[in-house]
Write a protein that binds this ligand. Structure first.
Ligand code: MG
Length: 495
């Protein structure tokens, strides 16, 4: 047994109190996982009540005056790096919890639970009017929240910070501007294929399940021991602690890369949680640090590894064995199918070249909603115009346009940019891993993933949340997120 890393007596007291919050969050995680994987539809009403009551308990424990003053007293203690991480994470959690009045949190969550239902109906009926009023309410409560949270320059900064600690518009403005220009330039030069025959090939669920399990086995995913895989309509990863991290995937019966690459994506998220330093267990620094860093891990496995030539070569025999239609295709076909570039109005179907343009569009709209006085009713037209300008497609209807994503209906404004941060960082990590493991791609061809996993553990995973996202990158890579690596990667791949 390794010696404890927490030595300061006040820190020990803090962590022992925190165990209540940890346990409630653990229960909350199970309720939420179960809701998406097992729960009968009608259970939603009772489940929502239980979840909201537990959230209230977590909130109460967090702002308990005795606990708050204990955490405040840590500031004058001499703390080691781990303990400083605990202080940073708790200060942030307490600051956020204290700045939002209970009345506001309840009102906001009521609006969101109704807005998401309105969004579902609106999307199904392709009728924006049914959602417009709710979106307007979401914009208003988001602005209100920004005021409670506080910001220096732009209200949108307060929302960005919620999803990515320390992220500000000034980190994104120039980067997104240049990225947009370069990506549109790529699009102009690229030759498109309208479709690939493999997109139409149907599969049996049981066979595809075996493909996914075979691939997870190659990766060394600890199925049954510390993880499991289930099915849900939107794939996700749920961590309960370091020794129980679960993923889901989907089976639509055709276009098998959707199931396969989703599974690999979620594996990347799960590996991060599985490789956190075990001594962090039950403490506030246990989980992954931010959405952006998390997404860099999923994108690294999905894009950098999963869409590589070497990976296509590695899994070709598995595909051939399990999916009968593969007989009429080659490894090269699989690679082209995985890397098909075609401008589509739908973000979740986007390829590596156009994906970030979809995010930039949403970023522009979110700024208009939060920093400017643009109203919900004006947004569909702005969406369509921007879409035509940056991706070259005009959505045929609301479903293909402004109603496609669930995020805004859930009140998540400021979330989208983390997808791009993750995608860019994945390519940056590729640059650094190639420097230290030049045989990176040979390892993939050979189905050997332990060196790669170890490198990710060493540079990112083991730290959990002990450093802020920005500090973590400075410490591990010696620089902040830089979009140049991503552009270089695309250039090598497509030109
Ligand atoms: Mg993800």
């Amino acid at each position: 047994m390794k010696k404890s890393i927490f030595v300061n007596s006040k820190i020990k007291k803090t962590i022992s109190y925190y165990r209540r919050i940890w346990s409630l969050s653990h229960a909350q995680a199970l309720l939420s996982w179960d809701m998406q994987v097992n729960m009968p539809k009608m259970g939603i009403k009772e489940r929502s009540v239980a979840q909201s009551e537990i959230s209230g308990l977590i909130h109460d424990f967090l702002i308990n005056p005795k606990f708050v003053s204990l955490v405040e007293s840590l500031k004058t203690e001499s703390l080691n790096e781990y303990e400083k991480g605990v202080l940073r994470v708790l200060e942030r959690k307490i600051r956020i919890a204290k700045s939002l009045p209970i009345e506001f949190v309840k009102r906001k969550s009521k609006i969101e639970s109704k807005a998401v239902i309105a969004w579902e109906v609106a999307k199904k009926k392709n009728n924006f009017k049914k959602f417009e009023g709710w979106l307007q309410k979401i914009i208003e409560v988001s602005k209100e929240m920004a005021e409670y949270l506080g910001y220096e320059k732009y209200p949108y900064d307060a929302l960005l910070d919620l999803y990515e600690e320390g992220l500000r518009m000034k980190d994104l403005e120039k980067m997104f501007e240049k990225l947009e220009k370069k990506l549109r330039n790529f699009l102009e030069k690229l030759e498109f294929y309208s479709e690939h025959p493999l997109e139409k090939e149907g599969y049996e669920k049981e066979k595809m399940e075996r493909v996914n399990l075979n691939i997870l086995k190659l990766f060394g995913f600890p199925l049954g021991k510390r993880s499991r895989i289930d099915i849900s309509s939107h794939p996700f990863t749920q961590e309960f602690g370091i020794n129980d991290v679960r993923i889901t995937t989907r089976y639509e019966g055709f276009d098998f890369k959707r199931s396969l690459l989703s599974t690999i994506h979620e594996f990347g998220h799960a590996l991060y949680e599985l490789q956190v330093d075990k001594r962090f267990m039950f403490s506030p620094i246990e989980g992954g640090v931010s959405l952006g860093i998390h997404e860099s891990q999923s994108r690294f496995w999905e894009n950098i590894i999963g869409r590589s030539k070497e990976f296509c070569r590695l899994i070709f025999p598995i595909l051939k064995r399990e999916l009968p239609f593969i007989k009429s295709y080659t490894e090269e076909d699989i690679y082209n199918y995985f890397n098909l570039v075609k401008p589509s109005p739908i973000r979740t179907e986007a390829d590596e070249v156009t994906y970030n343009l979809h995010i930039i569009l949403r970023y522009k709209l979110e700024k208009l909603m939060i920093n400017e006085k643009v109203k919900a009713k004006e947004l569909p037209e702005i969406w369509n115009e921007e879409m035509e300008k940056i991706i070259g497609i005009r959505p045929k209807n609301y479903r293909e346009g402004i109603l496609q994503d669930i995020h805004w209906s859930l009140g998540s404004i400021g979330y989208f940019p983390t997808y791009t941060l993750g995608t860019l960082l994945a390519a940056q990590l590729r640059f650094y891993i190639l420097k230290e493991i030049p045989e990176f791609y040979e390892q993939i061809s050979a189905g050997k993933f332990s060196l790669i996993k170890e490198w990710l553990r060493e540079k990112i995973h083991r730290f959990g949340s002990m450093y802020s996202p920005k500090d973590l990158l400075m410490k591990s890579l010696g620089e902040k997120i830089n979009y140049k690596y991503f552009l270089k990667y695309l250039k090598e791949k497509y030109f």
